[in-house]
Design a binder for this molecule. Structure first.
Ligand code: TRP
Length: 467
């Protein structure tokens, strides 16, 4: 297989390289920025239970499927379906995926840009002495400024393009290998600090303002009365988003995996790591949310106000704050490159545009879309469709519509269309591995996953009603 320039297709150089690159894609703003605020808006524990169910029952089998489709076909998401299902409309699944990559990366780049501003603010020690209310103001003033967020977003997109242009081994693999473990470390430290905050007592009145223990209860004591259809779709959509599923990211990365790697293990490791980091981010954030007595459902600004507040309480707060935002930006980068890679591999392999040009074209289009998302929070905030601004439309439509749709198509493809023997052959490395539970896997991918996705989608959008 060659790309637009006729060079041989790249491969990841090592097993750990694949895991870190795929985990680098999965672990990102979804875990640290989106998961806490989605959980906060959806009542905490009950949301987490459904999120974990979605991961086990739907996410994990689809991750295996995407890896297999990618490695078997050695192609971008569109080319993959063209190869495995020639002369059929299945390649539309890939087209939908590429379109979704544009949508996600447009708002993703905006939030990633925010992390760059926060690095800049942390460098200047701006957060020192700020209360949570001050920090909220800092965030609101920044996000409603029409120029600054756009500046950082463009800068971030340039970094993304630069890494993607450097290619798989030198760009993506190298950067994730160093920085992912560092991120994990700092989150664990944050968890410890957040949990040890204890009770927040007003020194003048002696009243209890809040307690970190309540945050843990919020996270892990599910209140099942909080469950409703919209929340189930949010949890399912977030499971896809967080694991980078449903649009061909894992197909694309799978296409660079060596034939000797064990795909089920890789999928399992990535799934566990991603879920673990989301839960750890929850444990870092919610005890502090309740300690400072802030509303858990304040939405996208949540981590940007809470985390600097925790850092204020720590000795060496300056360096912790700075390193945290640097690592968050890197986590965002290892995810955004995986989104851009989908578009670039499609443009270079299917449309035969050389890789450098493909990188430039796709980055420019996505950045322009992203500027619209960013401005929809400032100068263009008056423009809304169904009560959602452009940023929210991109976020909602991609997570709650496009990714579940992509996941549905992938599960139907593997469960009903693709030859089971070919699938098992690829999954078992040509029969050299014994695959346990594969009847269970096919049962899930054939019946459970598609039915569950379709039912959740139809019901929560009101297209289907139970009496
Ligand atoms: N999973 C990433 C995160 O949690 C974002 C991401 C990267 C993504 N690639 C994706 C989301 C593909 C959906 C599909 O931040």
């Amino acid at each position: 297989m060659t790309n637009g320039e006729g060079k041989p297709r790249e491969q990841f150089s090592s097993k750990i390289g694949v895991i870190l690159a795929a985990a680098g894609s999965a672990v990102g703003l979804g875990n640290i920025w989106k998961f806490p605020y989605e959980a906060g808006e959806n009542g905490g524990g009950a949301f987490i239970v459904i999120y974990i169910f979605s991961i086990l029952l739907i996410g994990f089998p689809i991750m295996i499927s995407e890896f297999v489709i990618g490695r078997k076909s050695r192609a971008n998401p569109v080319g993959a379906f063209k190869k495995l299902a020639p002369k059929t409309p299945w390649f539309f699944t890939g087209i939908i995926g590429v379109a979704t990559a544009f949508m996600i990366l447009s708002f993703y780049g905006v939030v990633a840009g925010w992390t760059l501003e926060y690095i800049y603010l942390a460098l200047g020690n701006t957060f020192k002495g700020q209360t949570t209310a001050d920090l909220q103001n800092t965030f609101d003033n920044f996000a409603s400024n029409p120029i600054k967020p756009v500046f950082w977003q463009i800068l971030f997109m340039c970094f993304t393009a630069w890494v993607v242009h450097a290619g798989i081994k030198n760009g993506i693999e190298r950067i994730t290998k160093i920085l992912m473990p560092l991120l994990l470390l700092i989150i664990i430290v944050l968890c410890i600090k957040s949990l040890s905050l204890g009770e927040n007592i007003d020194t003048t009145t002696g009243e209890v303002i809040g307690s970190s223990l309540d945050g843990l209860k919020f996270l892990f004591k599910p209140d099942f009365s909080a469950i409703n259809a919209g929340m189930v779709l949010d949890a399912l959509g977030h499971a896809f988003f967080s694991l980078s599923l449903g649009m061909g990211t894992i197909i694309t990365y799978g296409s660079y995996v060596r034939k000797t790697n064990i795909l089920t293990n890789t999928a399992l490791e990535v799934t566990i790591l991603d879920t673990l980091i989301a839960l750890l981010a929850g444990v870092a954030i919610f005890p502090a949310v309740f300690y400072f007595n802030v509303a858990p459902d304040k939405g996208p600004s949540l981590v940007f106000t809470i985390l600097p507040s925790i850092f204020q309480e720590m000795s060496g707060g300056y360096i912790w704050t700075l390193s945290f935002f640097v690592l968050l930006a890197v986590a965002a980068l290892t995810s955004s490159i995986s989104l851009l890679e989908v578009a670039v591999s499609y443009f270079s392999e299917e449309l035969k545009i050389n890789r450098n040009k493909a990188t430039v074209y796709t980055t420019v289009i996505i950045t322009v879309l992203g500027i619209a998302c960013s401005l929809s929070l400032s100068s263009w905030s008056g423009f809304e469709v169904l009560g959602l601004n452009i940023f929210e439309i991109m976020e909602y439509a991609s997570s709650n519509v496009m990714l579940p749709l992509g996941g549905l198509l992938i599960s139907v493809f593997v469960g009903w269309y693709y030859r089971r023997n070919d699938f098992v052959d690829e999954l078992s490395n040509g029969g050299t591995l014994k695959i346990k539970f594969f009847h269970l896997f096919f049962f899930i991918i054939k019946f459970i996953a598609p039915v569950a996705i379709a039912a959740i989608f139809l019901y929560s959008t009101g297209l289907l009603k139970f009496d």
